[in-house]
Design a protein around this ligand. Structure first.
Ligand code: AGP
Length: 609
């Protein structure tokens, strides 16, 4: 997720571009840059790091000109660096582009452009767009853009400028947001409303497949074949702060709702289009290399640790490799038996968690091969690990991790399938079933998010409970761990997760009349056992909220309320089951008036041990 701005009008562009980017830093902050047409040429200024570094750089050399574009980056392809920062230009510097999204076929295009003599200055997917403009330009910028858009595949919000035609900015979107702010003698472009709300409240919200030709006095919207589209003006009534959250009340609920897209983007380049297999260009392991792995250690903290607990089930059941899962702050001090035959997987949304980074370094010291699963390109953990798998969840601002967790689970499941296929421990049929389930996930997650009223009601009814218990067996237990952390950390309710079979060994003493118990029952191989545990707590007059697959017609007889998730493969159930638990935690915290995005005593990234 990146931030994009554009300006064309009677004022100097640079001040708006920088101000607009500052309002979009929540969309990405690895690097920033602007490009301004100064009347004869296009000036590009960009630098790695926060926007403030670029502003400092421009303090004495602010580009002057009435047309410009800008970008603040959330790296996906190519680590954060000056060279990988946007805007990107072609060889001549006469074509400039900024981009939010992923050009999936960029490698193939880049190979052809290199053969044609183009010189690249970055590792990004975006740069190919600038060189394509140069390759195809024959005097008509609009026609050139259409030709480029017809060739690229993937998700994008793209904004283009060209020195030969400095009276217009062209933009187009597919799967990533782009709005046009309508002014008087000036027009604005941005990824999101916060960047333009102080200039105008009249906007066009571009839809997928649309492109726009923006001049200082006009905005022509059309489809990518040039057929004009008449757009209704969307009047923005949000205040600036609400706009940053896209109209949501908190970043956490916004990020919960971003999960279908985050899951889709994390899978998109790894699910082979023409067949049911997993591709990890970033791994390229051989069967021999995988056969040499005698043990896997998964190390992480908090929510990432809970993703590791799920990952253990995935890897052991699909790839038949023994897995140990450790909390990072414990790992180093238990004398882990790690060596060259161990693969250590560290999971970290931020890629900066000190305990996890320290555990990673210890695993390397012991000779282990290391793999990081992280959401931040170029983070300390990404740089320290031998290999990295990125989740493409976009910046996660709320302290409570949501979309990072579900994309970590998707990543761990894909790694397990990848390992199992290389080890021949999973049948082609079974792999296809699971991959089919993965493809359905984004739509199923979206469906889950369409009707949250029942969960909101639960949260309002039980939001003032002192204690809440989460129980489950097998993968349901792993998800119960995450559900209890979510509730605990943002609503401050004392929530605990227990293996359902463990209740009778002590915890049952705490189950008294009216205590809410969330019972997860999606795993059919342990379903009967879970039901008997539900009966145990019901016999003590607990209030039980069951969480089951929608075709389960019997669970309602044993619980007080039921939350259903769409029917799916048992390995995919955790990815859907956690969403209602995230919502339950969120609405409980709202009911209690807690500071949802910044819960007391907690930080988003724990960079101290
Ligand atoms: C999760 O909601 C918490 N914010 C916290 O447990 C977090 O998961 C943990 O600190 C690990 O962070 P990381 O994924 O960035 O390493």
């Amino acid at each position: 997720m990146c931030g994009i701005v554009g300006y064309i009008g009677f004022e100097d562009a640079a001040p708006f571009l920088l101000e607009g980017l500052s309002k979009l830093e929540y969309r990405g902050y690895d690097s920033a840059g602007i490009a301004v047409y100064d009347g004869t040429k296009i000036d590009v200024a960009k630098s790695v790091g926060r926007l403030s570094i670029l502003e400092k750089k421009l303090d004495k050399a602010m580009p002057i000109g009435k047309m410009g574009i800008g970008h603040t980056r959330w790296a996906t392809h190519g680590r954060p660096s000056d060279g990988n920062s946007h805007p990107h230009t072609d060889c001549s510097g006469k074509f400039v582009v900024v981009h939010n999204g992923i050009i999936e076929n960029y490698l193939h295009i880049k190979e052809r452009l290199l053969e044609n003599g183009h010189v690249f200055s970055s590792e990004t997917d975006t740069e190919v767009v600038a060189h394509l403009l140069e390759e195809y330009y024959e005097g008509d910028f609009e026609a050139t853009v259409k030709k480029v858009l017809a060739e690229i595949e993937g998700s994008y919000a793209l904004v283009f400028m060209c020195e030969y035609e400095p009276d217009k900015i062209i933009c187009s979107k597919q799967d990533n947001p782009l709005v046009i702010g309508l002014g008087e003698g000036e027009n604005f472009i941005a990824s999101d409303i916060p960047a333009i709300i102080n200039k105008t409240r009249k906007t066009y919200i571009l839809s997928d497949g649309e492109m726009a030709i923006v001049t200082k006095d006009s905005v022509w919207v059309m489809n990518r074949q040039g057929v004009p589209i008449s757009k209704k003006v969307f009047e923005v009534h949000w205040d600036a702060e609400a706009a940053e959250k896209g109209g949501y009340e908190h970043f956490m609920i916004k990020e919960i709702y971003e999960q279908p897209k985050a899951i889709r983007e994390t899978m998109s380049s790894r699910l082979a289009k023409d067949e049911n297999s997993i591709i990890f260009d970033e791994l390229k392991w051989t069967a021999d290399e995988v056969a040499a792995i005698k043990k896997i250690a998964i190390v992480a903290c908090g929510t990432a640790y809970h993703a590791g607990v799920v990952g253990k089930y995935y890897i052991e059941q699909l790839a038949k490799i023994p897995v140990e899962v450790d909390i990072a702050s414990e790992f180093r001090y238990r004398g882990p038996l790690i060596d060259e035959q161990t693969l250590t997987i560290v999971i970290s949304q931020s890629g900066e968690t000190s305990d996890t980074l320290a555990a990673l370094k210890e695993a390397k010291r012991l000779g282990s091969r290391t793999l990081a699963v992280t959401n931040v390109v170029g983070s300390s953990i990404a740089r320290e690990a031998d290999q990295v798998i990125y989740t493409y969840a976009g910046p996660e601002i709320a302290v409570a991790s949501t979309k990072a967790y579900t994309t970590q689970l998707v990543s761990m499941l894909m790694v397990s399938l990848y390992l199992g296929t290389l080890k021949n421990t999973i049948s082609e049929k079974r792999a296809h079933e699971i991959i089919h389930g993965l493809r359905e996930l984004p739509a199923q997650a979206h469906r889950l998010l369409e009707d949250v009223e029942p969960i909101k009601t639960f949260a309002q009814n039980y939001g003032f409970s002192e204690d809440v218990f989460f129980i489950g067996r097998s993968l349901d237990y792993a998800v119960a761990l995450e559900g209890s952390l979510k509730l605990k950390e943002i609503s401050y309710i004392h929530a605990e997760a227990y293996a359902a079979g463990e209740l009778k060994h002590g915890t049952l003493a705490l189950i008294i009349e009216g205590v809410p118990v969330i019972a997860l029952a999606t795993q059919y191989d342990v379903y009967e056992k879970t039901l008997s545990n539900i009966k145990e707590v019901k016999a003590r007059d607990a209030v039980v909220i069951g969480l089951a697959m929608e075709e389960d017609k019997s669970i309602a007889k044993y619980v007080d309320h039921v939350i259903f998730i769409p029917r799916t493969d048992k390995y995919l159930a955790p990815i859907l089951a956690v969403i209602p638990l995230q919502l339950l935690a969120y609405y409980a915290a709202v009911t209690r008036g807690c500071d949802v995005d910044k819960p007391r005593n907690l930080a988003k990234s724990v960079t101290v041990e």
